[in-house]
Design a protein around this ligand. Sequence first.
Ligand code: ATP
Length: 264
Amino acid sequence: MTTSQFLDVDNIEVLYGHAILALRGVSLRVEQGSIVALLGANGAGKTTTLKAISNLLASERGHLSSGAISWRGEVTSRLDPADLVAKGLVQVLEGRRVFPQLTVEENLLSGGFVRRPSRRALAEDLDRIYSWFPRLKQRRRARCGLTSGGEQQMVAIGRALMTRPTLMLLDEPSMGLAPMIVEEIFHIIRDLNRNEGVSFLLAEQNTHHVLQFADHGYVLENGRVAASGTAAELAERDDVAEFYLGAAATGTAAAAEPVQTSVT
Ligand code: ATP
């Protein structure tokens, strides 16, 4: 595989607790300026792939047992997650992890502090986020725990945008949200991509929505890449929705068995 000098995941294997092989030879690439979908049913390995990229596996007792990931030419395993954020790669974790006791605005500001900006720069960044998410401006003083699921997802994305990323990894942004809200969020993602140049790697079970917005896609099954291609190619393949994603593609959870291996 030739390198893109943006994000390159090259033949990675991930082990949890030295016993569970969650990824087996996964390779993928995100070109600068693109939206890439990472598809797969429950347990296929989407979250593990994103956490491997942003170096968050250690907290799960997981590690990269082979292969390599490079971000803008640098090997990510040598950088801690905060360094990666400072270098433009940020992850929005699954499940909209906002601070429920803080207001919407305080949550957004918490994303800005990592760069230690001036008060003025912080205020400008906040205005920028509100221009993308006008709903959040209206709700700025509301306690985040009291806002809707869609608003919390917007806060999670907005907080990540406060770090001024060039690549955002988003883990199942549509999870648990009504189709209209999912559509609204994907439209904002596409606008951010087109107008601000932010690239995205979107992990999703919801193929239907995400393939309308992505440029390229990879389908994971049991920790391997089972299919890849342009979003248009994947959208036309019946097997992607029906076989690889199982019931997940129609909105029902389908759990895959973990792959066991013995390591000495
Ligand atoms: P989901 O949609 O459920 O989040 P996913 O595609 O993101 O699914 P992963 O969460 O990456 O899948 O899981 C991949 C495999 O690794 C699964 O078999 C899962 O059981 C296993 N796994 C994930 N996290 C851990 C962990 N912390 N310890 C052990 N095994 C894990």
